[in-house]
Design a protein around this ligand. Structure first.
Ligand code: 13P
Ligand code: SF4
Length: 312
């Protein structure tokens, strides 16, 4: 049987490659990461790496972002079918029309969107910096927030703004049920509810803590509580359990019959496919030069703003 981990490690050294991995992938993929993180951390790592080759075990918009930041490097994705329902919910041509209907608005786009939508945006944000990015605009500035309606509504609520929202969502987070929370809270009354802001407001209103995947993980590491009800994709549980073996984690489910909040796109990443990227340079992410140049502007704006906020 092939030892994928050994083969991957060897190829990484000979090709000066790095593997970037999101928390929603399967545990064995997370375990070969050079950088394992949320969307912001992965973009920051991509911006700074000296590697010649990047394999991005996440979803397509993440690999695209890495390519936009590294146009001269080779960027690969283990499976070209690793899309994102949230990104798909905002086709660039329809978004361009929406923008036309809001002529004097600035556009803030969540990083879960296509490179084409990024070219139509003034600044990008992620779930970890969305509030700071929105607050970097004057209070009276007219703003569009796309594509996640749930995250946009949450930011409107906590910032007191009234941003025009694109009506998109993530099929995993949008489906998490409040009934499941009530059931888990009844069973584990001391457990804290932690939620990703892509969830619906009805879920977020019960949350003790709301944050990006990294922020949720950090919260569980630092908290002195022993039980957590987790409202996001199941992949994050691997790191939560690894870092806090003495704590218990209960996932909020999508329906009454399964506990499987899997993002099928993230789960397409396997060790064998990572090996294929490294060995055969399979599934290179290629983008038009004009798109790269235009999409880079709002991404760099976000990265520069984040650098300032992270120092504060
Ligand atoms: P994070 O940036 O919080 O990791 O979120 C990425 C994502 O796709 C959530 O569904
Ligand atoms: Fe996209 Fe949802 Fe999967 Fe995140 S969990 S990558 S938003 S489909």
């Amino acid at each position: 049987m092939t030892n994928w981990i050994n083969e991957i490690e060897q190829l990484k050294r000979t090709k000066n490659a790095v593997i970037l991995v999101h928390y929603y992938t399967v545990p064995e993929v997370q375990d070969v990461a050079d950088c394992l993180g949320d969307s912001l951390a992965l973009a920051q790592f991509a911006q700074q790496t000296n590697a010649d080759m990047i394999v991005f075990a996440g979803v397509y918009f993440m690999a695209e972002t890495a390519k936009i930041l590294n146009p001269t490097k080779k960027v690969y994705i283990p499976d070209l079918e690793s899309g994102c329902s949230l990104s798909n919910s905002c086709p660039a041509d329809e978004f361009a029309l929406f923008k036309e209907q809001h002529p004097d608005y600035k556009v803030i786009s969540y990083i879960n969107c296509s490179a084409a939508v990024k070219t139509l945006s003034d600044v990008i944000c992620t779930s970890s910096n969305a509030l700071n990015i929105v607050n970097s605009f004057p209070k009276d500035e007219k703003l569009i927030f796309a594509p996640d309606k749930n995250l946009g509504t949450y930011i409107n609520n906590i910032s007191g703004r009234n941003m025009a929202l694109w009506n998109g969502n993530c099929h995993v987070h949008n489906a998490l049920k409040v009934e499941s929370i009530i059931e888990l809270k009844t069973k584990y009354p001391d457990a804290l509810l932690i939620a990703h802001p892509e969830c619906q407001q009805i879920v977020l209103q019960f949350a003790d803590f709301i944050g990006s995947t990294t922020q949720l993980l950090d919260f569980t590491k630092k908290s002195d509580k022993k039980q957590f009800i987790v409202a996001t994709e199941t992949g994050i549980l691997h790191q939560m359990r690894k870092h806090s073996p003495d704590k218990e984690f209960f996932i909020v489910s999508m329906d009454a019959f399964c506990n499987c909040n899997d993002c099928e796109y993230m789960k397409l990443n396997t060790l064998e496919k990572i090996y294929n990227c490294l060995a055969f340079e399979k599934n290179e992410v290629l983008l038009d030069e004009e798109i790269i140049n235009k999409a880079k502007v709002p991404i760099l704006k976000m990265l520069n703003l984040s650098r300032i906020y992270q120092k504060l």
